[in-house]
Write a protein that binds this ligand. Structure first.
Ligand code: NAD
Length: 363
């Protein structure tokens, strides 16, 4: 298979972690006999510096001409005073819209080797493997009208939560299809005791769920689901929800399993998938070579699975990450006091070696 990928390293630690993720992608594609066609473009502060635009037309064109995009991170204190549309983050928001990716996937997986990173007791968090499926282009964050109006001291702010049936249907289908490749359970989260949007959500999810009799569907109010996430996280398989609830619950799920540097994400549903680690550009450690590249590497695994349907290849990259952690590999953010830590580059090299070793054992 020929894999056409655009890489957008971005700012801060973005280029450092992306470099390692690309090395792993190159090794996996080589090992499994695929061909990788890679284009690198600017986004965020890097693009502002080069072109005065956080998402130049050349970057959009390259992304739309590829099958998947790997993004590092955007954001730099150098642009903090810029107007909103000329800040690095504006480039990423526009890119998500350009790619039409309506389904955001955020896995939250517990790694036994990192039990100390979870704030929860091991017997509670053990076995946690959640996939949050969040609707990304609708709801309160995009609904019109929106405004702040009125005289100082008496101003009124307005946002609109709006969902149409087709928007709910398409994200529901994504969740159910994904459930078929997992533990076949979908938990749909809403607030249907209070919100009309949620009443429609629950009705549509139930209707679509009937097309998937092999998948178990349950519903929960968002407040109660937030509690389940910390009390019994291992019981959740796929958590399907709307934009704002998903924004909050996906960070909560990330916190339950531990380290920010390990969290990966995918935004799919449009013609081109966008894959990125959850963390930002971390200006406090940028340029020091100590950033954790595992979130970016796991984002590559998501790309292999969801854009290219290359399950074995995805498992190979994920397996290498688990094996490295089990063998004690720790970047500075993961190391406990007194524990030796590796650099970003060393971590990447170790994962590449483990991918290569897996090839030797299977061939
Ligand atoms: P951040 O995620 O960049 O950093 C938060 C903390 O976690 C920092 O202490 C950082 O050193 C640490 N950290 C983050 N990623 C790490 C990694 N891979 N390895 C080791 N440590 C890591 O969040 P922030 O500090 O709130 O934001 C910094 C900049 O990033 C801001 O400009 C923000 O707008 C931007 N940002 C971008 C994205 C994105 O590109 N998707 C996401 C969040 C924040």
């Amino acid at each position: 298979m020929r894999l056409r990928v655009t890489s957008l390293p971005g700012d801060g630690i973005g280029p450092e972690v992306t470099r390692q993720a690309i090395r792993v992608l190159e090794e996996v594609t080589r090992s499994f006999g695929h061909e990788l066609e890679l284009t690198e473009k600017e986004i965020g502060g890097a693009a502002l510096t080069a072109f005065g635009d956080p998402l130049p037309p050349t970057t959009i064109a390259a992304c739309l001409a590829s099958q998947a995009v790997l993004l590092g991170a955007v954001g730099s204190p150098a642009f903090d005073r810029n107007p909103r549309e000329l800040r690095p983050e504006a480039g990423l928001l526009r890119l998500r819209q350009e790619l039409g990716a309506f389904a955001n996937l955020r896995p939250a997986v517990y790694y036994p080797a990192l039990r100390a990173s979870s704030p929860l007791r091991e017997e509670i968090v053990k076995g946690t493997d959640i996939l949050i499926v969040r609707e990304l282009l609708g709801g309160l964050y995009f609904g019109q009208p929106r405004s702040i109006e009125g005289a100082m001291g008496a101003r009124q702010a307005l946002n609109t939560m709006r969902y149409g049936e087709p928007e709910i249907e398409r994200i529901t289908r994504v969740a159910f299809e994904l459930a078929r490749g997992r533990r076949k359970r979908v938990l749909s989260v809403d607030k249907s005791n209070v919100l009309e949007c949620s009443r429609l959500w629950r009705e549509v999810v139930t209707r679509i769920g009937a097309d998937f009799p092999d998948v178990h569907l349950s519903h929960q109010y968002v407040d109660s689901a937030a509690m389940t996430l910390v009390q019994k996280p291992a019981e959740i398989d796929i958590l399907l929800t709307e934009n704002m609830f998903g924004d909050i619950l996906s960070d909560q799920a990330g916190g339950v399993v531990g380290s920010l540097g390990l969290l990966a994400s995918a935004s799919i549903g449009g013609p081109v998938g966008l894959y990125e680690p959850v963390h930002g550009s971390a200006p406090d450690i940028a340029g020091q070579g100590v950033a954790n590249p595992l979130g970016a590497i796991l984002s590559v695994a998501l790309m292999l699975r969801h854009t290219f349907q290359l399950t074995k290849e995805a498992e190979c990259a994920e397996g290498a990450v688990v094996a490295a952690l089990d063998a004690g590999l720790r970047t500075r953010d993961l190391a406990k006091a007194g524990e030796r830590s590796v650099t970003t580059e060393e971590a990447g090299t170790r994962i590449v070696e483990l991918v290569r070793a897996a090839e030797t054992t299977t061939s």
